[in-house]
Design a protein around this ligand. Structure first.
Ligand code: NAD
Length: 473
């Protein structure tokens, strides 16, 4: 497959002097284009342009900023299929997922287009006068995006940040820049003023680091690994620069004996193998009550063998390839020396020989100290272990440095609530695996992150709260 990469003379896209990156289709291993990378000077120049654009953007009347965001959403909506096809080719996402992801950008823009007219402060009773608060935008916000969900994660940052009146510089991951570049062009076509939203492809150590170090960037909104997130937080501390961090996860599905085992087993594979397991919310640990462990394993293994690992462009595909050869190697290492209960399939035709494919696997760790049980594998490997009772299930689920998501399967409502309150994670679902809706808050406990994205209050994270007292005496 060949994908045309539009290189428009668009000032909302910086394409530069920091070398270039060959974009590869993960399903075939074939190069599909070349994207120039920005260097530090170009990044600083883009940040300066975004800063110049800030006062005028902040001053745009709320209703007009709302209208521009809705126009941006409409432009994305008119290009869902084009954006989805770009993501299939660049990231190996199944076409069904990629269409949902592009639609999520549209929905997030529409949702936060209602914010400018609702950026309300408070009036607080005080003696001797009137006390009022204002929500004010920060200035230039830097959004740093990982490769696993290039479109939604970009939108969760730039949507509310722009709605709150900030200008945005956004760095896509080196491996997956294509959809962000196209979305920046759509923003301009929709009428967003020049330099209000600038996409800067480049290396994390160059472009991302400038977002941290350049004092003109007033907030960094980072999604990625916990390791890099810690460096970003430490770097931002030097300027007391606010950060939002969405980091790794080692999430558990907890299956109690009283649940509908068929339903739980049928859905559990998709909670980990969606996006080939490259998902911070992947339920890569399955905890099963010992009395039904063997029965569940049989049903779960059968469901895993049924996952359709196909050409991601095929409408039937449920799972595609991994993002790169290097990442596939690092995932494969988790299978060394571990008992493998079952393995699914992967395409083996000539077209896919150079792709980064890996079939889904269910593994049975010997102990809770095994790396596959403790570390974020970020690939199609799920580990299963038994537990005795509710208390042990909660303790095992919490025995991790992470706390992002999780699922609880039980027919006992009281137990569902007790366990949901007991598991230290930001996003839990009962008798289902959903965890991300743009109108509900999303984020992690412990080393899964800091702050929340999405939901009704997301714009607050892109503002300062100012208090003003007016004497009436
Ligand atoms: P990564 O940390 O390697 O990179 C993420 C982004 O940070 C990339 O754009 C990268 O270029 C940039 N970066 C790297 N070094 C940097 C530096 N020194 N300064 C500034 N920026 C830098 O992560 P990845 O491999 O792209 O993504 C996978 C990770 O992201 C996983 O750990 C996954 O769990 C996590 N993730 C978390 C969430 C969430 O919402 N919690 C969502 C998706 C992914």
């Amino acid at each position: 497959m060949s994908v045309g990469i539009a290189v428009a003379a668009d000032p909302s896209v910086t394409r530069g002097a920091g070398g270039s990156h060959t974009v590869v289709n993960p399903a075939t291993g074939r190069a599909i284009g070349e994207v120039p990378l920005a260097d530090a000077a170009e990044t600083d120049a883009a940040i300066a342009r975004a800063n110049e654009a800030f006062p005028a953007w902040k001053a745009v009347a709320p209703g007009e900023r709302a209208r521009l965001l809705r126009a941006f959403a409409a432009a994305v909506d008119a290009h869902i299929e084009e954006l989805a096809q770009l993501e299939v080719a660049n990231s190996g996402h199944t076409v069904g997922n990629a269409r949902w992801e592009a639609g999520n950008v549209r929905d997030v823009l529409n949702y936060y287009s209602a914010s400018p007219e609702r950026m309300m402060g408070k009036q607080i009773p005080v003696p001797g006068g009137v006390d009022i608060t204002f929500r004010e935008p920060l200035g230039v916000v830097g959004v740093i995006v990982p490769w696993n969900f290039p479109m939604p994660i970009a939108g969760w940052g730039f949507g509310p940040a722009l709605a709150a009146g900030n200008t945005v510089v956004l760095k896509p991951a080196e491996l997956t820049p294509l959809t962000a570049l196209r979305i920046a062009e759509l923003a301009r076509e929709a009428g967003l003023p020049e330099s209000v939203f600038i996409v800067i492809p480049g290396k994390g150590s160059v472009v991302g680091q400038r977002f941290v170090d350049n004092p003109t960037v007033r907030k960094v909104c980072f999604t990625g690994s916990t390791e890099v997130g810690k460096q970003i937080m430490a770097g931002c501390a030097r300027q007391v620069k606010p950060v939002t961090l969405e980091l790794g996860g080692k999430n558990a599905t907890i299956v109690f004996a009283d649940t509908d085992l068929d339903k739980a087993a049928a859905s559990a594979p998709y909670a980990v193998f969606d996006n080939a397991g490259q998902d911070c919310c992947a339920r890569s640990r399955v905890l099963v009550q010992r009395s039904v462990y063997d029965e569940f394993l049989d049903k779960f293994a059968a469901a895993v063998r049924g996952v359709k690992v196909l050409d991601p462009a095929s409408a039937d595909a449920e799972m595609g390839p991994l993002i790169s050869a290097g990442h596939r190697d690092s995932v494969a290492r988790y299978l060394d020396g571990v008992e493998i209960a079952t393995t699914g399939t992967a395409p083996d035709g000539a077209d896919f020989a150079g792709g980064f494919w890996m079939p889904p696997s269910v593994v049975l760790p010997r102990s809770v100290t095994d790396a596959v049980w403790r570390e974020e594998v970020f690939g199609p490997v799920v580990a299963m272990m038994p537990f005795e009772d509710e208390a042990e299930a909660i303790a095992m689920a919490n025995d991790t440095e992470y706390g992002l998501s999780g699922s609880i399967f039980t027919s006992d409502v009281g137990r569902a609530l007790r366990v949901a309150r007991g598991v230290q994670s930001g996003n839990l679902s009962v008798n289902s695996h959903s965890s991300v809706r743009y109108w509900t808050p999303f984020g992690g406990y412990k080393q899964s992150g800091l702050g929340r994205e999405l939901g009704p209050n997301a714009t607050d994270a892109f503002t300062e709260e100012k208090n003003v007292f007016i004497a009436t005496d």
